[in-house]
Structure formats: structure tokens, C-alpha cells
Design a protein around this ligand. Structure first.
Ligand SMILES: [Zn+2]
Length: 395
């Protein structure tokens, strides 16, 4: 069942009407919150350049060591929470915290909608390599309904998962009286977005709320009830599994979030080698991931590829653009090579997981395409001979 409604994604109304691509990497100016300078260079490229020349890494490493000294437990109790999917980045962070800094990490995963076999195995291998772990799983019935609402209303089925994923580590931190939560990279600065917090080790609670909780679940549910997606009322407290704990609780315990990437250089490829060597991480056995050429990023969830597909529909660039842009900034490939990769892989449709996705959100194929086509903006897409074409491609 699908009821057409006005699109709720507030980001779409703020996109620049003239599409441009960064002259240094390949990122599009349609990426929310990114900025371009007068020479057409994006904020992520500026941040990447500043990481090479403008940051005292030795000084930051010292700050990190001091932070660990301050929080390290003496009796082996948990002293740091690592939000963890079992992927290459979080496994590497937990391993380094434990073996380079003598910390006692507790890993926390919020369960993705549909675990992939490789994702589940990687998580098990990570746990087996010696890490305590909590898996927080919302009940399937409620999660399916909220995932469907996120997809239909926001064009982002992962919105509800994001809420849960961001909230769970902090709820565990409050429950266990652990003051530190260690994330990987500042995604906004690394991949293109606001540089507001680029010079900060973490985000304060007000910013955190604004960044990750601007779409309210309560509102989704209200519409879900009106449109008949949700048959039985969901009690408000049942939604706590998706929420950040009350800020007063976070402040009472003294919980702080920090980015590991603020203190150490962040190179996804290095994390892959580290995790493969130390925590049993394995790349995608089926070859590259759908919609891109890389083999090792975000493998744990079968519905994940639809997040990137919808990103391509809404903003006109996909997962290959994000991956290639980051690799240009890291100096691993040239811009020309990146352009070829983008043309080859961006926007590839995830046929392999289509049925799984439709089953999860309870939509027919027809309804799926009705939702998708509503998110194509006229400055990004045009219909030619009955087929949707991007108006602008990177070159
Ligand atoms: Zn750039």
C-alpha cells in the first residue's frame, strides 16, 4: 500500500539550481551542506588539503593519549564505547584503542534492517577476535513500518535506522556510566558538508540533535497513522530504542563524543588492511559493492544499496562519486580515473536486493517506482523518449 503525500525532505528545497562538480575531486554541489569556492573547489577538498599541511598531528596524538589516560579504567571495566557495525573502520578503532592505548572498549551495534551473510560473519569474526559487544535490535514489525514511512515520506528508508544507530551507543554509555563514545570520522568534513565542526574533536549535544534528529519520528508516526500504514498505535516510550537519551542524563554522566579521525589521519584503505589483519574482516566475496567499484565499505545490510540509489535519484550522484572523490583527495587515483569510475558505476540499480527491499517495506514494484520518481527534481532530471536522464554528468 502506498499513499502519495508531499515530500518531507527539507534538504531538497535548499539545493543550488545550477549543478556543478568540484574541479579537484568529482563531488557534486548537490551534496547537502557542501560549499564550493570561487575556483570551483569543494569544502571536502579544502579539508583534505588542511589535513596534510595545516594540522599538528603529533600534537593531536598527544592530546588523544592524554584523553585515554584520563578515562582508562584500572579494574578492567568498560571505559569507552565504540559504535560498531563489524565493518573495517569501527573494528580498527576498537582494536587500536585496546592494543595501542590499553583501553577497555565495549562495542555497540544497532541492528540494520536485513543482515547480509558477509556482514553477520564479519561481526562474529570481530567479536571472536576478542571484543565485548552489544547488539541492539528493534522489533521487526515496528521497524518495518517505520522504515517504510522513512522511504515513502523522506526517500530515505535508513532515516529510522540512523536514529537508532546514533542513539544506541549513548544509551549504553549512560546505562554503564561510560563517559567516552568514540566515532570514526567527521563525515561532514571528510565527505563534503559543513566544516562547522572540522576543528573540533567532537560535536556538542545541540549540534548532534540538529544534525541527526531533525526529522522527527513522532511526525512520521502521525502521518503513518493518518495514512493507514500503522494500524496499531505505537506507545511513545516504545520509540526510546531509536532515541538519544535525554541530554540531562548525558550531561549527568558526563558523556562526550569524540572522532578518532580528529586525532589520527583517516584513510579508509588503511583501516581495511588493519581490520583484515587483526579482526578477521573480509571484503565482499562477490566482488565490488553495487553502485560502486569498492569491495570493502558497508557490507552488512542488504537494503543499504537502496540508500545510495535514492541518493542518486535525489541529488544526481551516487556511491561511486563518494568513493572516487575520497580516493582522489587521498591521492590514490586521479580525477580523470574518478570520472571514468563514476560514469561506469554511479546509479547502478540494486537488482540483486530488490525483492528483499520490497518485502521489507511491503511495497509493490509499481509503488516503489512511484515513490522514486517523486524524488526526481527538474533541475537534475529530464525525461527523454520516455526514459529518465541526468541533465548534468561530471566530466
Ligand atoms: Zn572536491
Amino acid at each position: 500500500m502506498y499513499v502519495p503525500r508531499p515530500i518531507m525532505d527539507s534538504q531538497l528545497g535548499k539545493l543550488p539550481q545550477e549543478v556543478k562538480f568540484c574541479t579537484k575531486c568529482v563531488m557534486s554541489n548537490q551534496r547537502p551542506r557542501i560549499s564550493f569556492d570561487a575556483n570551483g573547489v569543494c569544502s571536502a577538498c579544502h579539508y583534505a588539503a588542511s589535513k596534510i599541511t595545516g594540522i599538528d598531528w603529533a600534537g593531536r596524538k598527544k592530546q588523544f593519549a592524554a584523553l585515554m589516560d584520563k578515562h582508562r579504567s584500572k579494574d578492567g571495566s568498560y571505559d569507552i564505547i565504540v559504535p560498531c557495525s563489524g565493518g573495517k573502520d569501527s573494528s580498527t578503532i576498537a582494536h587500536r584503542l585496546k592494543y595501542e592505548y590499553g583501553m577497555h572498549p565495549l562495542s555497540v551495534t544497532f541492528s540494520p534492517p536485513v543482515y547480509s551473510e558477509i556482514g553477520w560473519k564479519n561481526l562474529r569474526r570481530y567479536i571472536d577476535s576478542g571484543f565485548d559487544h552489544y547488539l541492539v535490535s528493534p522489533g521487526g514489525k515496528m521497524n518495518r513500518a517505520l522504515t517504510k514511512l522513512s522511504f515513502v515520506l523522506l526517500g530515505d528508508h535508513n532515516e529510522i535506522f540512523d536514529h537508532g544507530q546514533m542513539g544506541a551507543p549513548f544509551r549504553v554509555a549512560v546505562d554503564h556510566n561510560v563517559k567516552l563514545v568514540m566515532y570514526g570520522e567527521n563525515g561532514e568534513a571528510e565527505y563534503g558538508g559543513t566544516l562547522k565542526d572540522a576543528d573540533k574533536p567532537g560535536r556538542d549535544w545541540e549540534d548532534f540533535q540538529e544534525c541527526y534528529y531533525s526529522n522527527s519520528i513522532e511526525n512520521l508516526i502521525k502521518i503513518g497513522m493518518e495514512d493507514g500504514y500503522i494500524k496499531e498505535p505505537i506507545p511513545d516510550k516504545a520509540l526510546d530504542i531509536y532515541r538519544l537519551p535525554p541530554v540531562e542524563d548525558l550531561k549527568r554522566v558526563g558523556v562526550e563524543m569524540h572522532w578518532f579521525g580528529y586525532y589520527h589521519t583517516w584513510t579508509p584503505q588503511d583501516n581495511y588492511y588493519h581490520a583484515a589483519e587483526h579482526t578477521g574482516f573480509q571484503a565482499n566475496p562477490e566482488g565490488r559493492n553495487i553502485g560502486t567499484y569498492s569491495k570493502y565499505a558497508q557490507l552488512d545490510d542488504l537494503t543499504d544499496s537502496f540508500l545510495y540509489y535514492l541518493m542518486f535519484i535525489k541529488f544526481g550522484f551516487g556511491r561511486a562519486t563518494s568513493d572516487a572523490a575520497h580516493e582522489v583527495r587521498d591521492g590514490h587515483i586521479t580525477r580523470e580515473e574518478a570520472v571514468v569510475l563514476v560514469h561506469r558505476y554511479d546509479g547502478e540499480f540494486p537488482h540483486q536486493n530488490f525483492k528483499v527491499f520490497l518485502d521489507y517495506v511491503d511495497l509493490t514494484e509499481d509503488e516503489f517506482w512511484q515513490v522514486v520518481d517523486r524524488f526526481r527534481l527538474p533541475h537534475i532530471w529530464e525525461k527523454k523518449n520516455g526514459e529518465w536522464k541526468l541533465k548534468h554528468c561530471v566530466s
